[in-house]
Design a protein around this ligand. Structure first.
Ligand code: DGY
Length: 310
């Protein structure tokens, strides 16, 4: 049985006991799919899998996406063809939550500006008004979404003295009770959040949810953080908002058309930009591989996937 491993995943594959009945074919990043006899594909979020790609894989039984987000896969189309789609929830939650906090702190305390000053040799010494940021204590952390990563980000908020407010389509009363998070209408959340952190999956209902209208509702001192998907934000509107001082700053790990980062964003001093590294810890990436591989082995062995989508 042929399993396509699409993308530079060999380091993980080398540490894996591949059962003798499985033949692995490596598909380099960006290369077109040719192995029509594959029964499974491990795919990265950079590989679009829609009807045209699936036409080339008539024997496919499982798409194991090496990511928790699966907007790169046409899940409906896969379902119509009887193909199981899986993702990697849980294993990257803590890594992504940690990076979210890294961005919150980097923006509010202006870390890249400070680092550039220290490294560049132009620092002339301590000064009382140099590189002033804002503190987090007593401020409101606004979360868009209340899934695993959002809740993990929220768990760290009390350590910084922040209150938690959130919006998601489904209210989570139990979580509200245990965390003290307050549910708000979306517009209200936008207006009260000092830090607005995005944790929604990308889909028809969430695409560009942070558009000009949303940005205009935010506080002038607010910070936007996005470790979810770039398509949640209208990037042109965000540039206008940052240039115009509608919000204080932004911390971004994801972009609408990766790896392109709009030039107008790259020149702004009040944004911190990272290259989609939310889950980039050794532990998380190994966990993602283990789960994706387990899903492959289970489905082609006739068992139910551990983490099917939907
Ligand atoms: C995911 O899993 O969706 C992340 O974006 C990968 O880092």
């Amino acid at each position: 049985m042929k399993v396509l491993v699409a993308g530079p995943l060999e380091p993980f594959l080398r540490r894996t006991d591949v059962p003798p009945e499985i033949e692995v074919e490596l598909l380099p990043e960006g290369a077109p799919i040719s192995a029509g006899d594959a029964v499974a594909i491990v795919a990265m979020l950079t590989r679009h899998l829609g009807a045209a790609e699936l036409d080339r894989l008539p024997g496919l039984r499982v798409i194991a996406n090496f990511a928790v987000g699966y907007d790169n896969v046409d899940v409906e189309e896969a379902r119509r063809r009887g193909i199981t789609v899986t993702n990697t929830p849980g294993v990257l939650t803590e890594a992504t939550a940690e990076l979210t906090w890294a961005l919150i702190l980097a923006v509010t305390r202006r870390l890249p500006e400070g680092e550039a000053l220290a490294r560049g040799g132009a620092w002339t010494g301590w000064a009382p008004t140099q590189l002033l940021g804002v503190g987090l204590g007593g401020r409101v952390l606004g979360l868009l979404g209340a899934g695993r990563i959002a809740r993990s980000v929220a768990r760290r908020a009390p350590a910084f003295g922040m209150r938690i407010a959130y919006w998601s389509r489904t209210r989570r009363s139990e979580w509200e009770a245990e965390s003290g998070a307050e549910w708000r209408e979306l517009d209200e959340l936008l207006a009260v959040a000092d830090v607005l952190s995005l944790h929604l999956s990308l889909g028809p209902g969430s695409e560009r949810i942070i558009d000009e209208r949303a940005l205009r509702r935010m506080k002038p001192g607010a910070v936007l953080v996005n470790t979810a998907r770039g398509g949640l934000v209208d990037e042109a509107a965000l540039v206008t908002a940052l240039e115009g001082g509608w919000i204080r700053g932004a911390g971004l790990d994801v972009y609408a058309h990766e790896p392109t980062i709009p030039a107008a964003l790259r020149v702004l001093p009040n944004v911190v930009l990272l290259p989609h590294v939310g889950s980039a810890t050794e532990e998380a990436r190994q966990g993602m591989w283990d789960l994706a591989w387990e899903n492959v082995v289970r489905v082609i062995g006739g068992e139910a996937a551990r983490t099917p989508v939907g």
